[in-house]
Design a protein around this ligand. Sequence first.
Ligand SMILES: Nc1ncnc2c1ncn2[C@@H]1O[C@H](COP(=O)(O)OP(=O)(O)OP(=O)(O)O)[C@@H](O)[C@H]1O
Length: 578
Amino acid sequence: MNALQNITIGHTERLRKPVGYTLLSNLVNIVPFMLSIEAVNIIFKAFDGSGSGLDTTRLWVIFGILVGYMLVMAVAERQSYRHNFRGAYKMSADGRIQLAEHLRRLPLGSLFRHDPGSLASMIISDFTLAETGISHHLPQLMGALVMPVLAFFGLLWVDWRMSVAMFIALPLAILVLTGSTRIQYSLSRRQIEAKVNAGSRLEEYLQGIRVIKAYNLLGGKFERLQKAFADLRRASMRLEALMGPFILLSITLVRAGLTLMILCGAYLLVGGQLSLLTFVMFLIVGSRVFDPLTSALTNFAEFRYFSIAGGRILNLMREPEMTGKKESPEHGDITFEQVSFGYGEKEILHDVSLTLKRGSLTALVGPSGSGKSTLMKLCARFYDPQKGKVMLNGQDMKELEPESLMRHISMVFQDVYLFQDTIKNNIRFGKSDATDEEIEAAARKACCHDFIMRLPGGYDTMVGEGGCTLSGGEKQRLSIARAILKEAPIVLLDEATASLDPENEVEVQKAINTLIEGRTVIVIAHRLKTIRNADKIIVLEDGCIAEQGRHDELLRNQGLYHKLWTIQEKTIGWKLQY
Ligand SMILES: Nc1ncnc2c1ncn2[C@@H]1O[C@H](COP(=O)(O)OP(=O)(O)OP(=O)(O)O)[C@@H](O)[C@H]1O
């Protein structure tokens, strides 16, 4: 039952149609088999010495029925095929979208616990495995079981001794397979994990190819990738080597039933307790039953392997999504009330209390690692704090519906991600129903229009994956255009102008000034001169607020801000000597 839950990703009801039609098609397939037995019966009667002769009319009728029946079989087969494949592909197509949606609703904390490669592998490979389980293995398994089960009960009625001899080893074979369940689960899980890890390392290798080249980590020297592939080879070989004997033993036991039945039949025949016709009939049935039974046993083992892949997806689907149902206020003060937060065990922000006033510009400054980005992420509810409250307009963000909150927040990060799409559509992410005119207006405000018009296809130019065909400053301005288009009343800005050349810096700064006009702005400032006019500057040190106030006040305090300011003033005066 667990395996069925896993393979259907918790929707066992989706198996109703595929299972129903497969059963039907298997039952339909029994009729020709019965007719063949009847044909053998007629032929036997002709030669049993009673002198009744060959009943050719009856044989022709059977032949006629068999030919006509082909059509029924074809229809039943088609229906079963259709429902199995349709069910499986629909389940994985819907499931993949459902999982992608679920990932979006997970708190970032639980999302980051998974390697991105492992998530991609779940969405692609694990679903494919579950899909194959439903489309191929489940029908084959059922088909292979229906005939033997019916045969057993049918033959019991004909001759129970032969029937028992035929199937006596089957419970043992099943016992061997079920006895190996735990070991199979453990080996399969390890093999799947090794496969996922190899995929992740390969992705890392390809994405980091520039660094790998630069540090000469190519080929044999990139041990992480090599090790991942070696682990996968080991895990796959262990799975095959350790599971193989169990499957082989169970197949041998099942096949032993045929030998046992022949021995028993010969004994009964000699003793005059069994007719030759019955013996032949058992032989015919045996030939039709043992092959599907052995494939059922192999299928059963594979089906369990596939169900582990489904189980991985199911576990991820069960991770709790971010809570909160209330509609978010559009605007208001953002208040931190005794907030403590850590990504794992280690606390990063300690007992932070502050108010970011509606319509004001607040700058976060502090040494690297002091917690600026973390504090900003809490403002957008990327995470919920472990202690205390983050509130928007007096409402605890935990109670707000995450998507509704996000509608009122624009974010501009340092590392801009551009999708593999046109420039126009990349800006449109800010507002999905924006017209071309609105997009152009936002691009003009973000100082993007001129460089876009210089591109070969203008706004329809494709941006490479990750936006690698644009310069850093251009990508920054595109992301600002997105944020301008969104027109959200709250803007979170991770200032990145420090890494830009002077010309780009001026353009980006102009774009930022347009974006933040009249909004509640929280900016992480790396260069203090850009935030001299901020309404409030919050100075963080080791996850605590060291001081806060306006630029002049903080300078007068002679504290950490004064120290950071003095260091920056000095470095601005530095010149490179050749
Ligand atoms: N996703 C994460 N998982 C675990 N620890 C993290 C994560 N993000 C940040 N940290 C840790 O939290 C601490 C604060 O990081 P944060 O990025 O908030 O600092 P910051 O002041 O913005 O630094 P910088 O100026 O260098 O960007 C650091 O010790 C960092 O290693």
